[in-house]
Write a protein that binds this ligand. Structure first.
Ligand SMILES: [Zn+2]
Length: 228
């Protein structure tokens, strides 16, 4: 049996415009009023309905084993919340006025008013709720449909690579045994999302190569689909 793409005679990464065009062409030819091949018309209609629905198409693609995951370049990712702000707020050593930038201004565009203390970090507070989204990714419909991956640099507490956490007199971590570092986190983008949709992934329990502790509870990613 031909798959839906073969049935409509289109490529597996065809956009909606192409699908629609292919469908209308075939629908004219095999319409029940003109053709006796009703079964074929039903199949074409079914293929059209599945492929025009992002979620259904994504699930259908998986049954075909279509898997062309692609890592998107960094310049497609913009931070609503800058890494610098996150690192600053994280710093549990000195700054009591959490949620403020080094210049003293409050980053109120990005932070919600609800700051919630986390038990593990007695001197620091970490906001658990953000307004809107943390990063935004721009991609084409084809890239979205193909199931793309982005790498987002996030501030994390990692074991000191120099002393391996032994806390011996260490020049890198000053004997703390850990350092704050940006850790690239792979984020798989669900292929069924639409333009402007936001999805979130939990980070607290995520471990990355050597032990990494993310200070953000979750990462919220906003999808922007670029017209080609
Ligand atoms: Zn060290």
């Amino acid at each position: 049996m031909r798959n839906y793409y073969e049935l409509l005679n289109i490529a597996q990464d065809a956009d909606k415009y192409t699908i629609k065009k292919a469908f209308y062409k075939l629908a004219k030819k095999y319409h029940p009023d003109l053709s006796k091949n009703h079964d074929l018309f039903i199949k074409i209609l079914n293929a059209y309905e599945i492929l025009m629905d992002d979620r259904k198409r994504h699930l259908y693609d998986r049954t075909l084993g279509i898997n062309c995951r692609k890592v998107l370049p960094k310049n497609r990712i913009t931070f609503a919340l800058s890494l610098r702000d996150v690192a600053f707020v994280y710093n549990p050593s000195g700054f009591k006025s959490v949620g403020y930038r080094p210049d003293g201004s409050k980053p109120k565009d990005h932070w919600s008013s609800g700051f919630k203390p986390i038990g593990l970090w007695p001197t620091g507070f970490w906001p658990t709720v953000y307004k809107g989204f943390d990063v935004q990714v721009r991609l084409t419909e084809q890239e979205l449909r193909a199931g793309s991956v982005i790498y987002v640099d996030l501030p994390a507490r990692v074991v000191c690579p120099l002393c391996r956490g032994d806390r011996i007199p260490c020049t890198l971590c000053s004997g703390k045994g850990h350092i704050l570092r940006a850790v690239p986190v792979p984020v798989h983008i669900p292929g069924y999302l639409g333009d402007g949709e936001v999805f979130s992934i939990p980070l607290r329990k995520m471990k990355q190569r050597e032990f990494a502790f993310f200070k953000m509870e979750r990462l919220k990613v906003k999808i922007r689909i670029d017209q080609e």
